[in-house]
Design a protein around this ligand. Sequence first.
Ligand SMILES: [Mn+2]
Length: 360
Amino acid sequence: MKMVFRWYGEGNDPITLEQIRQIPGVVGVVGALFDVPVGEVWPLEKIKHLKDTVESAGLTLEVIESVNVHEDIKLGLSTRDRYIENYRETIRNLSKVGVKVVCYNFMPIFDWMRTDLHKKLPDGSEVMEYDHSLIENITPKELVRRVKEGSAGLVLPGWEWDRLEKLEQTFELYKDVDEKKLLDNLIYFLKGVIPVCEECDVKLAIHPDDPPWSIFGLPRIVTNRENIEKFLKAVDSPYNGLTLCMGSLGANPNNNIPEMIRYFGRMGRIHFAHLRNLKIVERGKFYETAHPSFCGSHDMFEVVKAFHDIGYNGYVRPDHGRMIWGEKGRPGYGLYDRALGITYLLGLWEAIDKMKERYC
Ligand SMILES: [Mn+2]
């Protein structure tokens, strides 16, 4: 597996490329342009500049997260074709600088969702938490206000405040979109973009819904093995793949993560992985933890072993970590805990690798 690290770009991330390069085993960063409005074409010059910046620090830029999908595509509005054409053009531009994988998601209105960005654990570290019972008792507007307040002025991926200003109108438009319609709209999008991915050798890797269930009555479809398989098979190309985010899928205890890795991995459809642990407190309530198995609800050894068993050679990154050692920054994206996570994941990989090679 190729270890990468998410980076928000110069002036937009308190963490420097020099720091990232010193984490043992990291070969590249996962980048994005955050100043291009959703739906517009990513200009080649800006992508080149990002690539040059990353490469001059001795790192690669082969994974992009995310190229966000315009709401009109998810809604299936007649304006979607223009945005799909833009998406195709963005993929062409990304391929010109050697990008290999593009992560995206198909969640209506909201991206990833947490109800507390600064939960304090007994050891003094800070993590993010999700509590569905809170969601049921507040309005979407109130939730956006809380997340914005907790962001401390930093841009959060998928949370564009301008876009979220028009919340009520967008909710109105989703009245007629159920899971079936949303799935049809995803398939329509994939039929438009996958042929370009094939031409350009760029793999698309959809990110699961986080959390993997409906919120505020909005449909969500990238939630479990059965649902994911539907659109992978509907557009049956190796370029139509998955970001196996275990933190997202793993919030639902019915999702067997090692089994999903083996299933989709053997189909050749996992192109990117987000590995992290979380603690499920009760159904619909969880918080993010440090990566080791004993810190959360997931057996990380079994997860890494499943990747090893399928001969995975794609990209992996640690996911949201805790804020520790007095670090200040974007919730979930501190340097220290993600670096610890990487060392742990690579340790598991080495142990599994050598056990198989030497003792099996
Ligand atoms: Mn993820």
